[in-house]
Every structure is written in structure tokens, then in C-alpha cells.
Design a binder for this molecule. Structure first.
Ligand SMILES: [Zn+2]
Length: 349
């Protein structure tokens, strides 16, 4: 097994059970940086629906040739499947037969699908107001959906209560087991390009994909497979951009972060749990964060569709971000298209 430690007190992850926080101090668990690789031989069984091996397609963006990593082509329509494959494999290795989650988005849909595949009974707490294709998708995979009245934080509270009562909380945010899954996206890009990209542009909410991929590139560098880290450009929605604030203004920046409504619902995360590690590794890459105003999200989605890429609004953040930052990014530039356009119900006006 990869080495997992509490970031707060340094104690290792227990040999049994699936606590989502350190039982001793309440700290957050993370993968020991130098052992970030997943060794499949240490898992009893790899739960898979054929995630990964997604296309890398070049196309013209703002007069530059750019590569698009089509993560929407994963089994449930988003990059989350890479992380859910490793997370659900871990759950099986611990003998888990029933687990809960609190996402009404891509993570919830992915969790429901892989739980179905693994024979794990899934229960997903969602805000009562959540509707649309993602909730339908969660239900279709056979997960039990528990609607919780009130804001999103009420659903989070309900899931924490259930976890305290002994349920396994398969949190995609707290548990670190998805991060080695995301590293495989970096490995594939290097394989497909025949070398390291100059820069990687990707949306960041909790920032798990950014962190997992950046660690993947770093692991390849340490192994002598590539010469340098690609410049990482993390993209947020201006309505809710804590990583951008933390990066440019330090800890005081967080005082000015809003949690406004945004079409980019996948990155609407006010307090990313791994913000410190994410900001550090982005800085180490020579990259930074940027944020995109609401007015540019749908036009970005439309521009990508005109190139043949049908993505949800969250993924479209990369288009406007590239318009503003391409001149500073070294070739080859890879933009990660995280989720499918089928996931987004267009509002009629
Ligand atoms: Zn601890």
C-alpha cells in the first residue's frame, strides 16, 4: 500500500477501517510525497470500468496549436473516474460493503458507478435542490439518494453525522486515495506527447486533479523520465476563487473570497482542503492561478464545441484562461477538458 500519513500529527493511516480524518487529532490524511505511486500489486483487486487512456487531440486555439486532453471520455463522463477507481479499490481492500458520499456532481456520479461495479452499496446525500443530469446519473447507477433540505453545507453535515454513527464516508475531498489515480493522467500525457508538456491548463476546485497530476509529473522527473515540470496553470471561476487568492495574496487573501453562484459548478469550493499543498506545487512548477469571469464561461464552452469538444461549463474555463495566458505559456500546451457537456442541462430562456 502507498504510505498515508496525517498531515497534522504524522501518525500513519490505521491498518483497519476507513476513517476520513485522523481519529487522534482530526487532521487531514495525505499520501507521503516520495511514495505517491500506487502499486496495484498491493491492492486485492482493482475496480475498473476502463477509465483512462483518454484521447489527446491537437487543435488551434488563439492562433496556437494546443493539445486537449479529453477527460470527458472517461466511463462516467469526467476525470473523477481515475480517482474513484483507486478509491473504490481501497474500499474493497478494507472489506467495505456500504459507503456514503455527499456530492451531487461528477464525484457523486463516479462514486455511484464504481460502487455498483464493486458491489458496494452506495448512499449519496445531495442538497434537495440538486437536480438535472448528474443527479439522474447517480440514481441510475442504483445509489440511494438522500435529499437534504437547505444549502449544500446541510448535506455535508448530514454525511458527517452518518460517519460519526459508523458509516464509511468515502469522501473524495478528505481521503487521499484518489490522488494517485489522477497522477495517471500526467503519465499518459507524457506518453502521448513523447515527452513533457511545456504547460498544463486545468480547472481547479478542490484541486485534487491539479495536485495528483503535478505529483505525477514530479514523480516522472525524479525517475529521470522528463527533464522539468510543466508550468501548471490552475483556473478558477471569479465567483469563487480561493486558490487564486491564496496564491497571489497569501493567507489574508482568503478573507476576500466569495462563494458566488457560477455556471462552473464543479469548481465552486470555498475552502479547498489541500490548498497549501496545491499552491506550493503550482509555485514549484513556475505556474500560477487565474480566474475567469462568468460572462466568458458559456462563450468558451461554445468555442470548444465548434472545435468538436462537447464539455460542461466548468471545463470551459480553460478556454478564456488560454486567451489571456497563452503568450506566457511554453509549448506544448495541454488543456484538460474535465467533464462532458451531456452533464449540463441548458436552462431555457
Ligand atoms: Zn493526526
Amino acid at each position: 500500500m502507498m504510505k498515508i500519513v496525517c498531515l497534522n500529527c504524522g501518525r500513519p493511516y490505521p491498518e483497519t477501517g476507513v476513517p476520513y480524518q485522523c481519529p487522534t487529532c482530526g487532521g487531514l490524511y495525505d499520501v507521503e510525497p516520495l511514495t505517491s505511486d500506487l502499486q496495484p500489486s498491493t491492492l486485492n483487486q482493482l475496480v475498473s470500468l476502463g477509465e483512462g487512456n483518454t484521447p489527446l487531440i491537437s487543435a488551434k486555439a488563439f492562433r496556437r496549436e494546443v493539445y486537449f486532453k479529453c477527460e470527458y471520455a472517461n466511463p462516467t463522463g469526467s476525470f473523477k473516474d481515475r480517482g474513484t477507481a483507486t478509491l473504490s479499490s481501497f474500499l474493497l481492500s478494507r472489506g467495505v460493503t456500504e459507503a456514503i458520499e455527499d456530492s451531487s456532481g461528477n464525484a457523486g456520479a463516479s462514486f455511484a458507478a464504481y460502487a455498483a461495479r464493486a458491489g458496494i452499496k452506495a448512499r449519496v446525500y445531495v442538497p434537495e435542490s440538486a437536480s438535472g443530469p448528474k443527479r439522474q446519473q447517480i440514481e441510475m447507477y442504483g445509489a440511494e439518494v438522500i435529499p437534504v433540505p437547505g444549502p449544500r453545507s446541510n448535506a455535508a453535515e448530514a454525511v458527517r453525522k452518518a460517519a460519526q454513527a459508523g458509516m464509511v464516508y468515502a469522501s473524495h475531498a478528505y481521503l487521499p486515495f484518489n490522488l494517485p489515480g489522477y497522477a495517471t493522467c500526467a503519465y499518459e500525457i507524457v506518453e502521448q506527447l513523447g515527452g513533457a508538456p511545456g504547460a498544463v491548463v486545468l480547472p481547479a476546485g478542490q484541486g485534487g486533479l491539479l495536485l495528483g497530476m503535478a505529483r505525477g509529473f514530479r514523480a516522472l522527473m525524479r525517475a529521470g523520465k522528463i527533464d522539468k515540470m510543466p508550468v501548471i496553470l490552475g483556473v478558477q471561476a471569479s465567483a469563487c476563487a480561493p486558490l487564486a487568492a491564496l496564491f497571489s495574496m497569501g493567507i489574508t487573501g482568503l478573507n476576500f473570497v466569495t462563494e458566488g453562484a457560477t455556471l462552473a459548478e464543479g469548481v465552486r469550493v470555498r475552502t479547498p482542503l489541500r490548498a497549501k499543498a496545491i499552491v506550493e506545487i503550482t509555485r514549484e512548477s513556475g505556474g500560477r492561478f487565474t480566474s475567469v469571469d462568468e460572462a466568458f464561461i458559456l462563450s468558451g464552452r461554445d468555442a470548444l464545441a465548434r472545435l468538436g469538444f462537447y464539455v460542461e461549463p466548468t471545463s470551459a474555463l480553460v478556454w478564456r484562461a488560454m486567451e489571456e495566458t497563452l503568450p506566457e505559456l511554453p509549448n506544448p500546451v495541454v488543456a484538460v477538458l474535465t467533464g462532458s457537456g451531456y452533464k449540463f442541462a441548458a436552462k431555457k430562456d
